[in-house]
Design a protein around this ligand. Sequence first.
Ligand code: ADP
Length: 162
Amino acid sequence: MRRVVCPGSFDPATNGHLDIIRRAALLHDEVIVVVGANLAKHGMFTVEERVSMLQEMTADLPNVSVETFRGLLVEFCRSRGVSAIVKGLRAVSDFEYEMEMAQMNYRLAQVETLFLTANPLYSFLRSSLVREIATYGGDISSLVPGPVERCLRAKLAAPNPG
Ligand code: ADP
């Protein structure tokens, strides 16, 4: 059983994330998408909202599940029998950070990291850009899956609690 994780903050998930999750699901028996909860309270969406959007957008992928984790990702991997972390690499700018994380995670727990190169359609896409475009009324329909677009619109239409 090859079980891997696709970790991230997913605030919110984009078509770029979905592309990586789909490709990871084709290559492995089981994919757990893990939403990191360590810094989540500073984000736009709550962890529960991120999980529910990810569940909806991956509902057609039977070997994909969504969970949250707090603490060290390698501990989550150890406790769940995960053999590798799958990450997307967009550009050279991602490389230095990702290489550091991959080497540290291997050092900590001998968990491997596998990199999939970003789909060129989405290599410019990151969650913070999506939030910015949506905040200023731009069209995000080709950048995020339907459930995320609906949640973003609802969030921006709601009165600001702060
Ligand atoms: P971001 O890096 O956009 O803040 P995350 O922390 O949620 O988002 O990213 C989780 C993982 O998804 C990272 O490995 C990141 O490289 C990958 N990823 C994010 N956006 C894309 C994209 N557009 N194409 C491919 N991979 C991506």
